[in-house]
Write a protein that binds this ligand. Structure first.
Ligand code: PEP
Length: 250
């Protein structure tokens, strides 16, 4: 049984005071939630303060990026152990915005994924096709490459403990959500590829959907067999919306 995970990707939003006051409210609002894992991924600068505020809460902390080296002359980068130090248990890797604006590739995604695991962090590896790729009918080919290269060379045990996020690029921040059927089709495909790579880990790995998830569409998405949660941008910034997503089954 895969425990649903609702993860908020705050992107480059919220000051430290804004982030801390959000967490104060979140703790009160979702104090009784047991059957859904809750994750917030603030900016680097807010991680430490948010972690302090999350003490005595079951919600977890994640970062939005990582570098694969442990230390040294890499100006502006943050290492895996620094994220652990700040209280993170998860890290988002290969988000389409990082692929699009910061030149991340399946190769760098793989290096980051392995470095995160080595440091005891759970990577959330993002994959997804652009609108052009969907229209050219190459969605499966693109996803297969991203999964096979970005999540290569893990042990079965490592492979079952990571999280994959399917985020069609055309649905991120656009208000256009994949239909539950479109999302399920790709999630099922990802699990099939993953089974070829890592056998039984495919039954345990959680696959999140991301792309304009909101309180109105979340429950239909979550009814699908291979959708194990959401990676949520815009709707994770407002406490009422994020709380509704976490309580998707109510
Ligand atoms: C995201 O940031 O990963 C995302 C899916 O954003 P949004 O929910 O705003 O589309």
């Amino acid at each position: 049984m895969r425990k649903p995970l609702m993860a908020g990707n705050w992107k480059m939003n919220k000051t430290i005071p804004d982030a801390v006051s959000f967490i104060k409210e979140l703790k009160n609002t979702v104090a009784d939630v047991k059957d859904v894992e809750i994750l917030v991924c603030p900016t680097f600068t807010a991680l430490y303060a948010v972690n302090n505020e999350l003490k005595n809460s079951s919600a977890k902390l994640g970062a939005q990026n990582i570098f694969w080296e442990e230390k040294g002359a890499f100006t502006g980068e943050i290492s895996p152990s620094m994220l652990k130090d700040a209280g993170c248990s998860y890290v988002i890797i290969g988000h389409s915005e990082r692929r699009q604006y910061f030149g991340e590739t399946d190769e760098t995604v793989n290096k980051k994924t392995k470095a995160a695991i080595a440091a005891g962090l759970i990577p959330i590896v993002c994959v997804g096709e652009t609108l052009k790729e969907r229209e050219e009918n190459i969605t499966f080919k693109i996803i297969e490459k991203q999964v096979k290269e970005g999540i290569a060379n893990l042990s079965v045990q490592e492979a079952e403990n990571i999280v994959i996020a399917y985020e069609p690029v055309w649905a991120i921040g656009t208000g256009k959500t994949a239909t539950p059927e479109q999302a399920q089709e790709v999630h099922e495909f990802i699990r099939k590829i993953y089974r070829q790579m890592y056998a039984t880990a495919a039954d345990k790995v959680r696959i999140l959907y991301g792309g304009s998830v909101n309180p109105c569409n979340v429950s239909d998405l979550m009814k699908k067999n291979d959708i194990d949660g959401g990676l949520v941008g815009g709707a994770s910034l407002k406490i009422e919306d994020f709380a509704k997503l976490i309580n998707f089954a109510k």
